[in-house]
Structures are given as C-alpha cells and as structure tokens.
Design a protein around this ligand. Structure first.
Ligand SMILES: C[S@@+](CC[C@H](N)C(=O)[O-])C[C@H]1O[C@@H](n2cnc3c(N)ncnc32)[C@H](O)[C@@H]1O
Ligand code: SF4
Length: 385
C-alpha cells in the first residue's frame, strides 16, 4: 500500500502520532541504532508481533507525555524558540564502554575515548528508571561498548521490563551462550539486534575486527532456540548488517542466512564514517543507496541529510553514559557536550536545565556548526531494504 517514497513523506510530516506509535520500528522510535539515528524505516521492516507488543507498553501518561513532546517540537519549529513541555519518550542507557572487538569506526573498538571506561551500576540505573519510568516508553540498552559484558545487564533489562518499558539492545553476539540466551529471553527483553556484518569470516572480520563469525551464528541459534523452547513472543530478533564496501556483495547471502537461522528479520543499515571526506578505512559502499554521504557539485563528500536547523531526536530522546553523564544524542560518543550529571542532579532537573536550553537554542541557530551534528543522520533514512 505504501511505497518508500510515500512513507518517507508521511514520516517527515509526522502528521499522526497514532501511526508513529504503531510504526515505532520505522519512525519515532528507532531501533536506534543506535548509534542512533534510525529514523525512517522502510515499510518492509514492519512486524506485527513487535508492533503489538510495543502498543501494550502505552499508558495514558506516556501518551500524554509524547503528545507534549511532539507539540513542543512543532511549536519550536514554527516559532524558532525552543519549547519543551514533556520528558524524553526514549532514552539510551550505556551498559558499558568496554568491548571485546575492535571495529574501526567505533570509539570503543578503537579504545579512543577520553572519558573513562566502566560499567553501569545496577543501583544507579534503578534509581534513574524510578524517576522517569512513568513517562518513558522506550529504553535503548546500548550506546558504546558491548552490553553483555556488564554482569548486571539482564537484571537491569528485567527491571525496566517490569516497569512496562519497551527494551532494546544491540550485541556483537559473542556472549550468547546457551545459558545467557535462555536468561535473555527470560529477562523480557523486547528487541535484540544482532550485529552481523559479513557472511564469511574473511569479510565479517574486516569491520568486526577480532570477531568470530561462528560465535555470532552460534549465539543467534541459541537465542532462536530458547525463544521457541520458552514459547516466548519476545525478543523480536533481527540481524543488522552494516553495509560497508567490503561486505556490500553479501546482501543477498545474509538474507538467506537470516532465514536459515530463523531470526525475525534482516535489516540493512548505512554506516557512519568519521572522516567521510577521506574514508581512511575504505568503508563507504559503492552502491550509493547504502551510503549516508554523497558528492556535492564540486565533488566533495557531504552528509545527505542537509542539516536543517531542527532535530526531533534532541526533542524526544537522549543518552545517559554508564557513569551518569547526560548527552544530547548517540553522536556524542565521547560525551563532549555534557548537559548534566545524574550523580549531582536529577534527570528531570537536567532535562530543563540551562545547558539543555542553551544547546536547544544553538541547534535552532546553526545545526551545522555543532561538531556532533555535522556528521549526523537525523532526518535521513539509515535503514534500507
Ligand atoms: C557501538 S555498537 C554497541 C553495541 C554492540 N557492541 C554492537 O556492536 O552491536 C551500537 C550499534 O552501532 C552499530 N554500529 C557500529 N559501527 C557503526 C557505524 N560506523 N555506523 C553506524 N552504526 C554502527 C552497531 O552495529 C550496533 O548496532
Ligand atoms: S562490537 Fe560494537 S561496541 Fe564493540 S567495537 Fe564493534 S561496534 Fe563498537
């Protein structure tokens, strides 16, 4: 019924909150790549079970909050003055900055952070969730690092699940042993993204440096097995294939692999490349459909999004690092724009503090002059068929 083009137009105008809710995997509530900016999903990625599950998380207060956030955003766009009446609909919580792999465009992989490496503490997590769960609909359990390295990770998922929040995570799937896979299903996790960026070891390891494809496949089989054995509708499991030059010829292969293993979907994501002008690791794919960048008239690479002076992500979501720093979004991987610190200020105070107000105002004035915004995919499709 919808072509991608009509769907995109429809999403851009965001004329119906109801449809956006149903379309959480496609619209307002990105699978958030997370690294974040998964805004517009092709209709091919719609899944009934997952959407119905998501709808069961709606509560009058959460809907009311979402309506406040949405209308604040629209009014801000109209007047150019930052207004924020609600609280975030979606939050990314970082379980850890540690990682077992060395992916070349990831600060965790490169061990390139200036901020400390550590693990989110269960008690701090619970305290924050207690503060915001009545308004919060969607919890993204990843930012940088490998979530399953945090020993309390599934305990925290269960806590959020018990508060009826939709929970999603992304993993390199190296720790999904039989027992962990069972515990993952039992935790109530709603969405599991399995990062698989190749169908053969030689291709897989070109992005997933240090990784073993066989482990990923074993982990995926374990989770599919336990979901069936426990007769559970969750998690909604998908293979996420980050399309880069070394693997773009394996797109059809990974679809077959996904079917063979029994995951619910296979999704294709475009990659962020820090130095997209020079592309030092030669990752930008030849097929432009899978690239976030394009050449301008003078032959220079630029971000496809166009960088208009507004940002829905800044209005409806944010990110909390493992040690409690609040940053605007997942593009601030090194927490250079600290808007607050939850160890010294409550979440609700932070969301309306002067730093936040100032950052919203700066974005409305000139988004392209904010370093993290200059390579951002907000307003752009990052999931492709
Ligand atoms: C930083 S990772 C952390 C979670 C986990 N370690 C993983 O790899 O799935 C968060 C997400 O970013 C994706 N990702 C990694 N490198 C990326 C890039 N250059 N551009 C866009 N997404 C990327 C991963 O596939 C994953 O879904
Ligand atoms: S596995 Fe995830 S966190 Fe680790 S280096 Fe790769 S993208 Fe980064």
């Amino acid at each position: 019924m919808f072509t991608n083009k009509t769907l995109n137009r429809f999403e851009h105008s965001r004329w119906s909150m109801a449809v956006l809710f149903v379309n959480h995997g496609h619209g307002v509530f990105p699978a958030f790549n997370p690294l974040c900016s998964v805004f517009l999903h092709p209709m091919a990625y719609f899944n009934w079970n997952d959407s119905i599950n998501f709808l069961t998380k709606l509560r009058p207060r959460r809907l009311w909050n979402a309506a406040k956030v949405y209308s604040s955003f629209q009014l801000t766009k109209l007047t150019g003055n930052p207004v924020q009446w609600g609280y975030p609909i979606s939050i990314s919580f970082e379980p850890t900055t540690s990682c077992n792999l060395r992916c070349p465009e990831c600060p965790s992989g490169l061990r390139a952070f200036t901020r400390p490496t550590g693990m989110l503490e269960d008690s701090f997590f619970k305290q924050t969730i207690d503060d915001i769960h009545k308004d919060l609909l969607y919890l993204i359990f990843y930012f940088q690092g490998e979530p399953f390295l945090n020993p309390d990770f599934l305990k925290m998922v269960k806590y959020a699940h018990d508060k009826n929040i939709y929970t999603a995570t992304s993993t390199n799937a190296h720790y999904l042993t039989d027992e962990k896979a069972k515990q993952t299903v039992e935790s109530g996790l709603d969405r599991l993204i399995i990062s698989i960026d190749g169908t053969t070891q030689d291709v897989y390891q070109q992005y997933r440096v240090g990784g073993k494809l066989e482990k990923v496949l074993e982990g995926a089989r374990n989770i599919v097995k336990w979901k069936k054995a426990l007769n559970s509708k969750t998690p909604f499991i998908f293979f996420q294939f980050l399309v880069v030059k070394p693997n773009e010829h394996q797109i059809e292969e990974v679809k077959k692999l996904g079917k063979e293993i029994g995951v619910d979907q296979v999704r294709f994501k475009t990659a962020q490349v820090y130095d997209f002008e020079n592309d030092p690791h030669q990752l930008i794919p030849v097929n432009n459909k899978y690239s976030r960048y394009k050449k301008d008239a003078s032959g220079n690479m630029q971000v496809k999004s166009g960088l208009g002076n507004h940002c829905w992500k800044l209005w409806h979501a944010n990110v909390i690092t493992w040690d409690g720093l609040v940053v605007p979004c997942c593009f601030d991987k090194d927490a250079t724009h600290q808007l607050g610190n939850l160890k010294t200020q409550s979440f609700k105070e932070t969301w309306h503090n002067d730093n936040y107000k100032q950052f919203r105002r700066e974005l409305l004035t000139s988004r392209k002059n904010i370093d993290i915004c200059a390579n951002c995919s907000e307003g752009l499709t990052v999931w492709e068929n």
